[in-house]
Ligand binder design. Structure first.
Ligand SMILES: [Zn+2]
Length: 152
């Protein structure tokens, strides 16, 4: 009967190892989420690079084609390479707003590598997934972002 099941469940939940694993994964983005956000960031970065006239060469077109499908390691490598070769020149030419976006994307990608992505830089709390999906590069949660904007 349901009562018996409930008792069994609550006993299992009180086991130490289960609690430990819950603490370990608490607040962490799953590997799947990380992959999704990484793909979003790389796409955004490539789109930003694409807007710059220099990069409309065949190599980039190919990397864009790759990136628009399954985001393979190759596409990531291409995005990386594009940034290595062109980043310095780009940064000099970008408008201030674009440069800020570009740097934020890079920073977010770095935070993904370091496993810190998805946490607010200010209050250290988890950033809502819906917010990350809308603005993958954001380093702040909604309320801290609002505070930042009020300061300006
Ligand atoms: Zn915050």
């Amino acid at each position: 009967m349901p009562k018996k099941n409930d008792r069994r469940k609550s006993r299992a939940r009180s086991k130490g190892d289960q609690r430990k694993s819950r603490v370990k994964t608490r607040g962490k983005l799953s590997k799947k989420d990380v992959k999704i956000f990484k793909a979003l960031l790389i796409k955004e970065k490539i789109n930003l690079l694409k807007d710059m006239n220099h990069l409309t060469n065949e190599t980039l077109k190919k990397s864009l084609r790759d990136a628009s499908g399954d985001l393979s390691g190759y596409a990531y490598h291409m995005a990386d390479m594009a940034s290595d070769v062109y980043e310095r020149d780009f940064l000099l030419q970008l408008a201030a707003g674009e440069r800020e976006i570009f740097l934020k994307i890079d920073e977010a990608l770095r935070r993904i590598e370091e496993g810190e992505y998805g946490y607010c830089l200010n209050c250290k709390k988890k950033i809502a997934k819906t917010r990350l999906k809308a603005i993958p590069r954001t380093p702040y949660c909604h309320s801290c972002q609002e505070k930042e904007e009020k300061k300006k």
